[in-house]
Design a binder for this molecule. Structure first.
Ligand SMILES: [Zn+2]
Ligand SMILES: [Zn+2]
Length: 154
């Protein structure tokens, strides 16, 4: 955790920004809840527990700054809510997501998997790929199992 904070601090310094206590509180929440995909409101409520003096606008500005600096990625899973996702340490690409349309759970795929697809895009369209976002919508394992159970017991 401290090591990730140090790293983010360096990333901010490189762009002449400071890791102010408000920004640090926001970053800590994102690190603690790294597996989650929090909305600005979610982040704000968690930051407030640590730093009650912080306002929503400050948290919001911090999240925008972090996403401009590519420390977090802003994602939308189609429900109209922007969520903030910390970029994995050393990740060249944004990780992929599996979104369950039944229960709303979000799983992450850290492996890139798209190396071949990128090569095809670069070759056939002459497009230099810098990043990509991939979200699969479907039914998670738990929901599939629950569906099987409810048909066998009824
Ligand atoms: Zn994610
Ligand atoms: Zn599900």
């Amino acid at each position: 955790m401290e090591h990730r904070i140090e790293q983010i601090k360096k990333q901010l310094h490189a762009q002449s920004y400071k890791l102010t206590p408000q920004r640090e509180a926001t970053v800590r929440v994102l690190l603690e809840r790294e597996e989650d995909h929090l909305s600005a409101e979610d982040v704000y409520l968690l930051v407030k527990e640590k730093a009650p003096e912080i306002g929503l606008a400050t948290v919001y500005r911090t999240l925008e700054l972090l996403s401009e600096l590519k420390i977090v990625d802003k994602i939308n899973f189609g429900d109209g809510v922007s969520r903030y996702d910390l970029r994995k340490e050393g990740a060249e690409h944004f990780h992929h997501h599996l979104v369950c349309t039944e229960c709303g759970s979000v799983e992450e795929i850290i492996e890139d998997l798209l190396g071949d697809v990128e090569k095809i895009v670069e070759k056939n369209w002459g497009f230099q790929v810098k990043d990509h976002r991939l979200t699969f919508h479907g039914i998670c394992k738990q929901c599939q199992e629950a569906a099987v159970q409810s048909t066998t017991t009824s």
